[in-house]
Design a binder for this molecule. Sequence first.
Ligand code: ZN
Length: 113
Amino acid sequence: MMVAINPTWRDVRRAIEIAQQDGLRVVGTTTINGVQVFAIPSRSHPGTVHMPYVDPEQQRVVCDCEGYQYRGVCAHAMVATRAIIAQAQTVVDALRGQGLPALAPAEQEREAS
Ligand SMILES: [Zn+2]
């Protein structure tokens, strides 16, 4: 099992900056053994991707890149985190759009009385 490193806020901020500067984004996603994996281009090795995912044990996004192994955070993990938040927002928006289920006429009468 991978040893969890708690990142410093400075490293988290730096990872977000790098992701923004380089315009890093998710280029693919798939599910492996029930876990959603994100493909995000490598900065040091063009043409290859890193594949961050949510580790169920650690309850956080982990990445296979070198930077993550040292700092416990990386630009890829930040991009994946942003994608996960966007997905969650999509669910929230969908639920909001649904509104309350309509009552059947018989139920409406009962409600009124
Ligand atoms: Zn990474």
